[in-house]
Design a protein around this ligand. Sequence first.
Ligand SMILES: [Zn+2]
Length: 114
Amino acid sequence: MHELSVTQSILDIVLQHANQAHASKVTNIYLVIGDLSTIVDDSVQFYWDIISKDTIAVDAKLQFRRIHTQFECLDCYKQYQPDGDSILCPHCGSAHIKVLSGEEFYLEAIDIEK
Ligand SMILES: [Zn+2]
């Protein structure tokens, strides 16, 4: 359910930028989603189709770019990508880890037509 509020804030930002640029239409929206993010592409698209009606962004395509998860082990200081379901350090087995990337969710860019 939190995709709705997230999608709403994306739309607000998109329209704000589009207005500033005097766009007549928004054609593409580039979103970045980390693999650890709980945001589901399909849900964002679903809400987008509903809330973008009657705006200049109604025909925009949502382009999702995935960012892979990257952890750093705080015991042996090696960086790694988790393998399967295990988040443990593959080098020393530690669970004492820091997330370097994978939790992102943001609007990267938009394409407009004037
Ligand atoms: Zn380690």
